[in-house]
Ligand binder design. Structure first.
Ligand SMILES: [Cu+2]
Length: 66
């Protein structure tokens, strides 16, 4: 489980955009975006760096949350 802080995620469109770019990499990924907590949880077997870069490219800076 990859937990990311995504400070700029503020609405449903943000959540959908994040989910889309993750699923473009791993269609089997489970993605949950917590807008109030500004967190994204991603269950994936894909490389964390690639997932983070894709989310960043979509316009959302993100940090690993331990
Ligand atoms: Cu938004």
């Amino acid at each position: 489980m990859l937990k990311l802080k995504v400070p700029d995620a503020s609405c449903g469109h943000c959540a959908a955009a994040i989910e889309k770019v993750v699923k473009d990499i791993d269609p089997a990924a489970q993605v949950q975006v917590d807008l109030s907590g500004k967190m994204a949880s991603v269950e994936t077997s894909a490389d964390a760096g690639g997932i983070r870069e894709a989310i960043r490219s979509a316009g959302y800076e993100n940090e690993l949350n331990p």
